[in-house]
Design a protein around this ligand. Structure first.
Ligand code: CUA
Length: 135
């Protein structure tokens, strides 16, 4: 029975096959935080950040996804998420991605997607508030 459970887990775990890193790409965490802060400053528009199409670095931390975004629903983006302080996660299109400091997970956003990021891993008293509307 343990063998069957293992096979079921292996089949389910995203990235188990194909050599993909389940935790995402390894990065220098301090450099990624600095890059995200610089990006947010560069594209700040009032209370939100309006990035051009393409890569958008984001931080997951108690209890927010930062920076707040206002994406253009007609454009494509690649959200690049790293946890800054402890383990969080995000569920997108039925796939759960664990977010840990030092690893970056990519989420591709296509025109017409209406995503809301939501933390899916209990991370403290503000866990239920930890969400971000992208538009
Ligand atoms: Cu972050 Cu729950």
């Amino acid at each position: 029975m343990a063998g069957l459970a293992f096979l079921a887990l292996a089949a389910w775990w995203p990235g188990w096959r194909g050599g993909e890193q389940p935790l995402g790409q390894a990065v220098d965490p301090a450099a990624f935080v600095a890059e995200t802060e610089a990006f947010a400053t560069r594209h700040q528009a009032g209370q939100t950040v309006r990035p051009p199409p393409g890569a958008v670095p984001l931080l997951a931390r108690r209890f927010e996804f930062w920076p707040p975004l206002a994406l253009d629903p007609g454009e494509s983006y690649r959200l690049r998420l790293m946890a800054q302080d402890s383990v969080h996660s995000v569920a997108v299109n039925g796939r759960e991605m664990l977010l840990v400091p030092g690893h970056v997970q990519d989420i591709d956003v296509a025109p017409g997607d209406q995503l809301e990021l939501r933390c899916n891993e209990y991370c403290g008293l503000g866990h239920n508030r930890m969400r971000l509307k992208l538009y």
